[in-house]
Design a binder for this molecule. Sequence first.
Ligand code: PMP
Length: 391
Amino acid sequence: MRLSKTITTITGGGSDGWDLFIKARKMIAQGHDITELTIGEHDIKTDTRIIEAMHAAALGGATGYAMVPGIDTLRETVAKRLATRTGVPTTTDNVLITAGGQAALFAAFRACLDAGDIALYITPYYATYPGTIRSVGGIPKSVTAEADNGFLPTFEALDAAAAESGAKALLINSPNNPTGAVYGRDTLEAIAAVAKKHDLIVISDEVYDTQVWEGEHISIRSLEGMEERTFVVGSMSKSHAMTGSRVGWLVGPDSAMPHVLNLLTNTNYGVAGFTQQAALFALGLGESFEEEIAAPFQRRRLLAQKALAGQNAIRLSPPSGAMYLMLDIRATGLSGDDFADKLLMARGIAVMPGESFGPAAAGHVRIAMTIPDAPFEAAIKEIAAFTASLT
Ligand code: PMP
């Protein structure tokens, strides 16, 4: 079959960074007892009340084609949510419902890029970013956020990358996967200044906006002059433990959304009505429910800090947000890849090598705080003991 270059080059040819994860899964299948700290999936399931709302909606007839832009009630609720939380006036026309944040990312890049156009993204990065850019024929170009700068991008680095590449778009993610960085106002102002200077569209992935442990979540869309050049990606996956429901959204300026709707009509043709109804119900559970979903990660972040106190083989900069920890294991002299492999083989603990999130996270491993507290704490202690044995 004569496949397109666009589709056959989506991964960029390199390793996709999942080797360790696949190895761990194979070991589990062979009966090994492996503690998995690899995946960004809650250890709880979607709340029964949400499933019941989904069930009732399906029985009530929400099984036909749903409105392609999303059901009005959900779009309206998302619009109000953003308006309240960010202060930016937002109407139903600014909101399109998508199959998770991932489909919103795809739609946003499709909206910004023609074949051969360049998009900047920040490394360390969430695994799908460069592939999503390539999947619309774009060329991904990474900008490093240095570990020693708290994984925050700087004006200088972004400005230089934009000037040199002639990029059309810039993707940012705060709270950040994998680093846990939360971009403060200064960082966002710097990004906004670069976007204005180089006429970039900003795609702001805010799927972890309900998981902030230090500071506050600020949407770059709320900064002066940014609304007209920003797409915001949101999702029910992380905030409401609804990863499998595939409900997310893209929020953008009035001028762009009719075009994005044309794309949705010609790609997914809408999201299942009963899952949208379930999302609507879930949003109605209010902030206390979102706090309940986020609480385990905040708790485990503290457990990890305690477990790692008084040792110096591992450096932990406690994450400001999201459900991950980045452990700096450079004192061992090993790469993240080698460390993760040795840890898996010697102690049966699977973590993600930092390198799988880009070179800026080399010498680190990412821990997903997605197993119950007691085994989580035990695993962190085990990792500390293992690291000490290496140094
Ligand atoms: N962005 C980031 C940073 C993520 O970590 C994820 C999921 N792990 C997504 C987007 C996509 O999530 P979903 O499609 O489930 O909304």
